[in-house]
Design a protein around this ligand. Structure first.
Ligand SMILES: [Zn+2]
Length: 433
């Protein structure tokens, strides 16, 4: 699992080779002897071999110390963690600790992809994706600034490549930077300003990026996003090879300035138009008589691979005031189940809702026109989500969808197609092409 994770980074980043032997700087080790939070911290920390401090290692640009432990002695709910402990004269990390918690299901084949992506994420931290350390080493308004948006105060990375990638992603040339996650981490004052700086991209905006706070059980690519590569390019530590970069994320792609600057749900509890493919507000009540449960599935996942439900629910307590989207509609304790998504309700795929899986048919088939089990099957929706054959992005943004052996052309977003007894809505070509 480590090999594909390392390859993901080594195929995208190049570093100026270290001349001579690479040594670990003992003065940077927190307790003067281990790489990690320190031997007395109770957290994983590994003793650096004396030879790495005195003689160093030849032909090496970075050392990663790997430790593992059984999950029951890992504190907190995490699969792996990483931090760097020694940097060169330009603050590039040159030694890091990577710790993996291994439980009895770790080597299950079905968790392999999630584990690899978790390792890609942690190696990203080891290579230097660590906004807190970066800004503490070099506090600068050229790197990080604060702003108020969506009723909260956030920190943004404002370096040139990062800014341009963010503007292109959301098709909003007014954006000033890429937000860091504000729902985690401790308050920290940098250059006199208060705020919370996370070590990840903001999940509300970059939920499919490998450097968002949570590695989901979804189909990730091991290719690194242009946003994360832009961070590393702007660090000055690496040359970036964009030929291996991932395609732009479909999450929020081309959704405009309001997707970023406005709340996901408006004051009346409705989903604004530009947010409709991403956020939702429907509480599933009792089943409507006469319809099967499959016929009452309305949503699709943002990557258009599965049928999905709206992840909205009730909390025991009121939500933080900035996230009380449903005060008017349902009450101040109702919101999305994902707290790091700023409590925005999103379409959450059913485990057995994958259109390309033949096993899904018996569980989620809602209409005889549906097809399952082929690679090119997507859910389309209009009241009821349907899995249909398609040909995407032929002649530019145009797609075709097949209903009852008849092909129809989807020329633009939200175009409605009537075919016999079914009515379907075309997906936005900006997100899928
Ligand atoms: Zn992380």
């Amino acid at each position: 699992m480590l090999s594909p994770a390392l390859l993901a980074w080594s195929s995208s980043l190049r570093v100026n080779p270290v001349e001579g032997n690479l040594t670990v700087d003992v003065h940077q080790l927190l307790d003067g002897q281990t790489c990690g939070p320190g031997i007395d911290s109770g957290l994983p920390s590994i003793r650096v071999p004396l030879q790495h401090i005195t003689d160093g290692i030849l032909d090496t640009d970075m050392i990663v110390y790997l430790t593992t432990s059984a999950i029951n002695i890992c504190t907190g709910n995490y699969l792996a963690a990483a931090s760097y402990c020694s940097t060169d004269q330009y603050d590039r990390p040159t030694a890091a600790l990577l710790h993996i918690c291994i439980d009895e299901t770790f080597f299950d084949i079905k968790h392999r992809q999630r584990n690899i992506m978790t390792l890609v994420h942690e190696i990203g931290h080891a290579l230097g994706f660590n906004a807190l350390k970066a800004t503490l080493a070099l506090p600068s308004e050229e790197i990080l600034r604060f702003r108020n948006v969506r009723g909260v105060r956030v920190a943004e990375i404002v370096t040139p490549s990062v800014v341009q990638v963010v503007r292109n992603q959301f098709d909003c040339q007014l954006l000033t930077g890429a937000e860091l996650e504000s729902g985690e981490g401790s308050p920290l004052s940098v250059t006199g300003e208060g705020g919370c700086i996370g070590d990840h991209w903001e999940r509300r905006l970059f939920s499919s990026d490998v450097m968002n706070p949570i590695v989901d059980e979804i189909e990730y690519s091991t290719r690194i996003s242009t946003l994360t590569l832009a961070y590393f390019a702007d660090s000055g530590w690496y040359q970036v090879d964009l030929s291996n970069a991932n395609v732009a994320s479909g999450w929020g792609r081309g959704a405009g300035c309001n997707f970023v600057n406005d709340t996901c749900i408006n004051e009346f509890g409705d989903v604004p138009l530009q947010n409709a493919p991403f956020f939702c507000n429907d509480i599933v009540n009792d089943l409507i008589p006469g319809l099967t449960s499959a016929q009452q599935i309305h949503g699709c996942t943002p990557d258009l691979s599965r049928k999905a439900r709206c992840s909205i629910g009730q909390y025991d307590l009121d939500l933080p005031s900035a996230y009380q989207y449903f005060n008017y509609a349902y009450g101040s304790h109702v919101g999305g189940s994902d707290t790091l998504m700023d409590f925005c309700p999103v379409y959450d795929g059913y485990d057995n809702g994958l259109c390309s899986s033949p096993e899904s048919e018996s569980v989620i088939k809602a209409n005889d026109v549906e097809r399952f089990g082929l690679r090119n099957i997507l859910p389309f929706y209009r009241d009821t989500a349907l899995c249909l054959s398609h040909r995407l992005c032929i002649r530019g943004p145009q797609s075709r969808v097949k209903v009852d052996e008849e092909w129809h052309i989807c020329a633009e977003a939200d175009q409605i197609i009537y075919s016999g007894s079914v009515t379907i809505t075309c997906p936005d070509p900006r997100r899928i092409c």
